[in-house]
Design a protein around this ligand. Structure first.
Ligand code: UD1
Length: 439
């Protein structure tokens, strides 16, 4: 995977107008790609966004021995895993690489990967994944620092597992492990995020037998092997949340098409409380803001159907522009608000205590002012771009490559809505060197 290079340049102060089709969800596509390792026949995933994290997962699949190719926006995958060691650098950079271990264990009896490291948004242990896999017959070998080697010499078997916390990733790992394990698995305390139901839908379309996904108890009857299928992944509720917040920040009217509003109901409801108008119809939502924004007091993230932790930074960008006080506490990750430093540089009145971002209104007549910013992480980076849309003058958001992990064509989409925004791919220093002299 590429580094997090590149900058986004924003001239703030332009309202947004237009319609955006919401792409497939990164957080659905990544586990689906892990699930493809279990499939004995080709899979076609429809309309997959070309995100850096998707490209990373393709590298993992190719490293395991699968073939992947793009065709008119669809991703076609075929072949069976022959190598149980995931390619090192890519695996180490992506938290989602842990999801590829359970299918490799199920099919090859072994999985080896670089451990997904800590992340800027907080510690991200994998103990729940490993404890569940151990109950299904996996053993962890001593592989030295930074590496994980799991074996299941006698294959994986069903088990009764209760998660201490409804981890999205651990729920996905254990569904992936159970769907081809011997016997029945009952998973209690499971995460209920819609991306989990989507993974189960995909696996069931391939011949799996999973019931209850999307609720806190999931029952899985193991099957020997899965077939393939053609599948359209769920729309991206975090993308939709981000664009809804962009409309609130910049003003104007943005229609988000193809993503049922119930999937991101908390964000839409908070935006309404802030003074935005939200029209919902079928799979579309239209967010408009022509007046000023109000603060909303205290806001908390939560597991689904609560406010998604990934939507907290973009929502914070909207609250930054409000005329009253607000705070957001992220109960899921301890360092969710790495974007606070950038908000401060823009003139925002924010501070972080523990897991909470406190936001005070700007003094009357004062507005945010453009500045040079650094994207701290994926969602924090998107939040800084949003805040820059509201700032007077020019902002530069560096390390924009973070944003590519989860948003395809982010700048093009915002420019299409009327924002004055462009992407500079090469770091400034490199471009200056390459520019021919004017002599
Ligand atoms: C997924 C999403 C991510 C989102 C998160 C929470 C993907 C690819 N990523 O991440 O965008 O922010 O859900 O909705 O789908 N935990 C443990 N032990 C474990 C696993 C998790 O303690 O074994 C803790 C984590 O440290 C964290 C919390 O559980 O505090 C939530 O993590 P989890 O739900 O697993 O998130 P991810 O699956 O990593």
């Amino acid at each position: 995977m590429a580094g997090y290079k590149g900058s986004i340049i924003v001239e703030g102060g332009r309202p947004l107008h237009g319609t955006v089709r919401v792409p497939a969800a990164k957080n659905s596509v990544l586990p689906l790609l892990a699930g493809v390792l279990l499939c004995g026949e080709p899979v076609r995933l429809r309309a997959v966004p070309r995100l850096a994290d998707v490209e990373g997962c393709i590298t993992l699949l190719q490293g395991a021995g699968l073939a992947a190719r793009w065709e008119n926006g669809d991703l076609l995958l075929s072949g069976s895993p022959v190598c149980s060691t995931l390619p090192g650098e890519t695996a180490a950079q992506m938290r989602a690489s842990i999801l590829f271990c359970a299918p490799l264990l199920a099919r090859l009896g072994r999985a080896e990967t670089a451990l997904p490291g800590g992340c800027r948004i907080g510690a991200r242990p994998i103990d729940l994944h490993l404890e569940g896999l151990a109950r299904m017959g996996a053993q962890e070998l001593d592989a030295g620092p930074g590496r994980l080697v799991l074996t299941a010499p006698a294959g994986l078997h069903g088990a009764e597992i209760t998660l201490r916390f409804p981890s999205v990733g651990a729920t996905e790992t254990l569904i992936l492990a159970a769907v081809c394990a011997k016997g029945r698995t009952v998973l209690r305390g499971a995460a209920r995020e819609p991306e989990i139901a989507d993974l189960a839908d995909f696996l069931n379309r391939c011949g799996g037998k999973i019931e209850g996904a999307g609720s806190s108890t999931v029952c899985i009857e193991g099957r020997r092997q899965l077939s393939g299928c053609v599948f359209s992944p769920l729309p991206d509720r975090i993308f939709a949340s981000t664009l809804a917040c962009a409309a609130a920040v910049a003003g104007g009217r943005v229609e988000l098409a193809g993503c049922p509003p119930r999937l991101y109901a908390p964000v839409l409801e908070i935006l309404e409380q802030m003074g935005c108008r939200v029209e919902r119809s079928g799979k579309n939502a239209c967010v408009s803001r022509y007046g000023s924004l109000k603060g909303v007091g205290r806001v908390f993230t939560g597991v689904y159907p609560g406010l998604a932790t990934d939507a907290a930074p973009p929502l914070a960008a909207a609250l930054l522009c409000a005329g009253g006080e607000s705070s957001i506490e992220d109960v899921i990750f301890e360092r969710r608000f790495g974007c606070a430093e950038g908000f401060l540089r823009l003139g925002g009145r924010v501070n972080v205590t523990g897991r909470t971002l406190h936001i005070r209104p700007l003094p009357p007549g004062q507005s945010l002012a453009g500045s040079r910013l650094v994207a701290p992480d994926l969602r924090g980076g998107a939040a800084l771009v949003l805040a820059a849309l509201a700032a007077e003058g020019k902002s530069e958001i560096r390390q924009a490559g973070y944003i590519d992990r989860g948003y395809a064509d982010f700048t093009k989409i915002l420019a299409g809505l009327g924002a004055q925004i462009r992407r500079e791919t090469a770091p400034r220093a490199e471009r200056v060197k390459k520019t021919p002299s004017k002599k």
